[in-house]
Design a protein around this ligand. Structure first.
Ligand SMILES: CC(C)(COP(=O)(O)OP(=O)(O)OC[C@H]1O[C@@H](n2cnc3c(N)ncnc32)[C@H](O)[C@@H]1OP(=O)(O)O)[C@@H](O)C(=O)NCCC(=O)NCCS
Length: 362
């Protein structure tokens, strides 16, 4: 036996300590649909692996040095909240390890995993002899991806049908890595700044925007100009959670647009296709919020922020020929017409039209 000894670690609200025989899931801590869908088999105690077996297996893997694991416990009450572990040590290359975690259903939504990941990453790099951490998630598991992004992990890829659900079926996987040499603070995903003028309020997206996003997508005018189909509310809640963090390499920087004094989603605006300080701005408005000058105000403010604080040097807006309201928005925010691509845009009704280009520089 050559166990890896996990030290007891303490954070503001948590105690990371060894699992104990009396930590069996309490009432209200049964495995739920999210665990069934997103966790590999045997990762969490449940019907297929009852607590006693799970605990014995963890003891065995700890003794053989295959894993280092902690019970995430409430620092005040010592009650178990979830699990965090390192495994796959030295796979492919020395210093490599994989990070895994789960929270009981009744412990989610408090940022506990962020706090535990922070401490375990610190320990792994400073004391655990680890130089490269990686983690994988189901591609649909946005909550977990956001944990990794906030911790400074970088997404390196997606693999199709490479993730095994608890029931043994395959789904797509999304994979992250973090090196000890990375500038972790610079890599941490953060929400876009909240921006406010007397005409408009711009805030990060959040899951409750999913319902209004779905209504926007069902609107015939949106479907015409974006040539798109409506998605489900569940999909859009996840999408909103994902867009709540900046990712300049993927979706860019997105804001939820609200009328001053209201928190209700009126529309969305994003800086996307970012490269070399250049980007394209896209936007859409809920039908019940159009025609109040909100989008023009939003585009003006995003443009101001992008040049003053976002580090951009060129911004473009592209509008399908015929979309008069959108052209008014671009011109209203002082974008300049620069020409048109012929027959470049396919509309929702199958027509192919010119794509008008507008741009601005600082
Ligand atoms: C384009 C869109 C975002 C505008 O949002 P909005 O909040 O209504 O925009 P604003 O109120 O700031 O400005 C709308 C302008 O268009 C004008 N307008 C609205 N409907 C119009 C129409 N059918 N024909 C001509 N002008 C129109 C308004 O009078 C206003 O112009 P003004 O500022 O000169 O008075 C919204 O119509 C929308 O979501 N459309 C569907 C999605 C889309 O087309 N996105 C852009 C793709 S490039």
């Amino acid at each position: 036996m050559s166990p890896r000894i996990a030290p007891v670690l303490q954070t503001k609200r948590l105690l990371l300590r060894p699992w104990r025989a009396d930590d069996a899931p309490r009432p209200g801590q049964e495995r739920d649909e999210i665990s069934e869908r997103f966790m590999p088999a045997n990762a969490q105690p449940g019907p297929a692996m009852p607590w006693d077996q799970w605990f014995a297996r963890r003891q065995r893997l700890t003794d053989s040095g295959e894993i280092v694991c902690w019970c995430i416990a409430d620092a005040g009450t010592d009650e178990p909240l979830g699990d965090i572990l390192l495994f796959g040590f030295d796979e492919n290359i020395r210093g490599n390890a994989e990070l895994g975690y789960w929270l009981h259903t009744n412990a989610r939504g408090h940022g506990y995993v962020d706090e535990a990941v922070e401490e375990v990453v610190r320990w792994a790099f400073e004391q655990g002899g680890v130089t490269r951490l990686h983690a994988g998630t189901d591609t649909d598991n946005i909550a977990s991806q956001n944990v990794l992004r906030r911790a400074g992990f970088r997404q390196w890829g997606n693999d199709r049908a490479n993730w095994t659900r608890m029931d043994g079926t395959a789904s797509d996987g999304t994979f992250f890595e973090l090196l000890v040499s990375d500038d972790r603070d610079a890599q941490r995903a953060v929400p876009p700044p909240t921006l406010q003028t007397d005409r408009v309020w711009l805030r990060p997206f959040c899951t409750r925007d999913g319902e209004r996003m779905t209504q926007v997508q069902a609107d015939p005018i949106t479907r015409l100009w974006f040539n798109s189909e409506p998605r489900t509310v569940a999909f859009n809640r996840e999408r909103a959670a994902q867009r709540s963090l900046i990712d300049r390499e993927r979706w860019g920087i997105w804001w939820a647009i609200c009328a001053p004094g209201s928190d209700e989603l009126a529309g969305g605006i994003g800086i996307q296709n970012i490269e070399n300080g250049e980007a394209e701005i896209g936007y859409w408005m809920h039908p019940d919020a159009r025609g109040q000058g909100l989008m023009t105000a939003a585009l003006r403010e995003i443009t101001r922020w992008a040049f003053a604080e976002g580090g951009f040097r060129h911004l473009a807006v592209q509008v399908a020929d015929g979309n008069a309201a959108s052209v008014r928005v671009a011109l209203g925010a002082d974008y300049r017409p620069v020409g048109a691509w012929h027959q470049r845009e396919v509309l929702g009704d199958g027509r192919v039209v010119d794509l008008l280009a507008f741009d601005r520089v600082p």
